[in-house]
Design a protein around this ligand. Structure first.
Ligand SMILES: [Zn+2]
Length: 295
């Protein structure tokens, strides 16, 4: 099978679909030959430099602290908040499809929080710790499909351990190449990683990581029964919103024509998954717009 991994296009019927890839990740080995859905490369070997356990522990601590701070500021939505109920319902549909991308996800204690902030932001920390800012739901008037796209995208960062990869790179730089050969038992790396826990909330991923998260995200959402075309409408809304002062999410997630084009090109790969997927029994809607009259 190695000829299929070499980057030479294979022309057999099984792999014919692959010839229509966007070229975005051209030459990258497919994760599993013949699987249905998007093609992304293998994970970076940098992710192995720090342990997944330590990253997930640091993330869990950071997430807990964030929730406590939000609660103190009366900015943490309670379990009965309609938009939090909505987010959790969507997450519940997506999570079972994440295991294929990372076996560890099966044992994560997934959490979903809603923060009362006008900022346009959302993230999923390592270990499945999801947060949405109210502002992104309200200002962009996101429908359920669009919420699922963001959740899929952010979950993909966690599943593909992009934070772990970035921290591995940072740890490698901080500790120095000379020590790397002795790092199999971790030792100092653990400390360095824990010291970087605070950076988990402000991580900026590479363009490659972003592309990977986009593709895995639309597949996760499609399998969960959400229309993958929402990937396009979502990023159009983002592009629209980023005119003027770019909010935080847009500075880490630039919404250019390339991003939208790459999603469009990949839609045919996930469309059959969406068509076969069980639809959500309940649909929710966005919060009332901030400038609307009434309650
Ligand atoms: Zn991202």
């Amino acid at each position: 099978m190695s000829e299929h991994l070499s980057g030479t296009p294979c022309r057999c019927a099984l792999h014919a679909r692959r010839l229509f890839t966007s070229g975005l990740l051209a030459g990258a080995a497919s994760l599993a030959l013949g699987r249905e859905g998007v093609d992304v490369g293998r994970q970076s070997s940098f992710s192995k430099l720090v342990s997944a356990d330590q990253i997930e522990q640091a993330a869990a601590a950071q997430y807990k602290q964030m929730r406590q701070q939000a609660a103190q500021q009366k900015a943490l939505a309670g379990d009965d908040h309609p938009q939090l109920i909505r987010l959790r319902a969507i997450a519940k549909r997506i999570i079972p499809h994440t295991y294929e991308w990372n076996e560890r996800a099966r044992n994560w204690s997934w959490e979903v929080s809603l923060l009362g902030s006008k900022e346009l932001n959302a993230f999923c920390m390592p270990g499945g710790k999801i947060a949405f800012y109210y502002g992104i739901l309200q200002q962009l008037q996101l429908n359920d499909d669009e919420v699922a796209m963001i959740m899929g995208h952010e979950s993909a960062h966690a599943l593909r351990e992009h934070a772990r990869e970035r921290m591995g790179k940072t740890a490698a730089t901080k500790i120095g190449a000379g020590v790397l050969s002795q790092m199999l038992g971790l030792g100092n790396t653990g400390q360095t990683v824990l010291g970087m826990g605070g950076e988990l909330l402000t991580l900026k991923f590479s363009r490659e990581d972003e592309s990977e998260a986009d593709l895995i995200g639309i597949e996760l959402a499609a399998r969960a029964g959400y229309d993958p075309h929402a990937g396009v409408t979502l990023w159009n809304k983002m592009a629209q919103a980023s005119k003027g002062a770019p909010p935080q999410f847009m500075s880490t997630h630039p919404s250019g024509p390339t991003r939208i084009h790459d999603i469009e090109v990949n839609l045919p790969k996930v469309q059959p998954l969406y068509q076969r997927a069980e639809r959500p029994a309940q649909r929710f809607g966005p919060p009332k717009p901030a400038n609307s009259s009434g309650t």
